[in-house]
Design a protein around this ligand. Structure first.
Ligand code: ADP
Ligand code: AMP
Length: 208
């Protein structure tokens, strides 16, 4: 089965994608993580997209699609795949349709106020793990439980950038809820992380 996680920035897509990936033993592709890796490694693509991510705009559709396709080609997706952060526009969804069948779209619903609290306390590790200073703190402050590296605050967590990201979500990404109306399962993103994971598991069982 192939899954997409939809939702506002900070709604918990990455966190729940990790949990589902572990449960089903299937890989995740997070386009945001891929871009951040390119930026860190100063690749040609990284240099091209650095300013776009810092502003909170979307990387152009064709560039994002090509990067995602290349990444998928290196993965074993025989049991399925989880897409976290892709697609983010109707054009991206149309490109994806020609390439991969999507079975289920999990749409995490959360208010803007909560999203701001979540992004405000988010701490990220280069290995891909995500924490929250209050809601999901690491065992040792500032250090990743999984790999021991130092956690950092993402460059796109500034107030202006977050405002722009929410606007971009409303204009370009929210229309996907209708695009995927046949595959969508709505998830309440408000409860604590394990409870959201549990709701996703239950709803997936019902739909199987
Ligand atoms: P997204 O991938 O949608 O941008 P993340 O998974 O990075 O969102 O989550 C944003 C922040 O909120 C992170 O700091 C994460 O630890 C925290 N978080 C995620 N889900 C929950 C939850 N259900 N309750 C409280 N905090 C959460
Ligand atoms: P995320 O880690 O999902 O919050 O994404 C961080 C940033 O990466 C976004 O604000 C965009 O600038 C860029 N990005 C991630 N996924 C996409 C996508 N599917 N299309 C365009 N830009 C993307």
């Amino acid at each position: 089965m192939n899954y997409i996680f939809l939702g506002m920035p900070g709604s918990g897509k990455g966190t729940q994608a990790e949990a589902l990936a572990e449960k089903f033993n299937i890989p995740i592709i997070s386009t945001g993580n891929c871009f951040r890796k390119h930026i860190k490694n100063e690749t040609e693509l990284g240099l091209q997209v650095k300013d776009i991510l810092e502003k909170g705009d979307l990387v152009p559709d064709e560039i994002t699609f090509e990067m995602m396709k290349k990444e998928i080609e290196t993965m074993d997706i025989s049991n399925g795949l989880i897409l976290d952060g892709y697609p983010r526009s109707i054009k991206q969804a149309e490109l994806l349709k020609e390439f991969l069948k999507i079975d289920i779209v999990l749409n995490i619903e959360l208010s803007e106020d909560q999203v701001l609290l979540r992004i405000g306390g988010r701490r990220t590790c280069k290995c891909g793990e995500t924490y929250h200073i209050k809601f999901n703190p690491p065992q040792k402050e500032g250090i990743c439980d999984k790999c021991g590296k130092e956690l950092y605050i993402r460059d796109d967590s500034k107030e202006e950038t977050i405002k722009n990201r929410l606007q971009v979500y409303k204009e370009q990404t929210a229309p996907l809820i209708d695009f995927y109306k046949e595959q969508i399962i709505n998830i309440d993103g408000n409860p604590p992380i394990p409870e959201v994971t549990e709701e996703i598991s239950k709803k997936l069982e019902i739909n199987n």
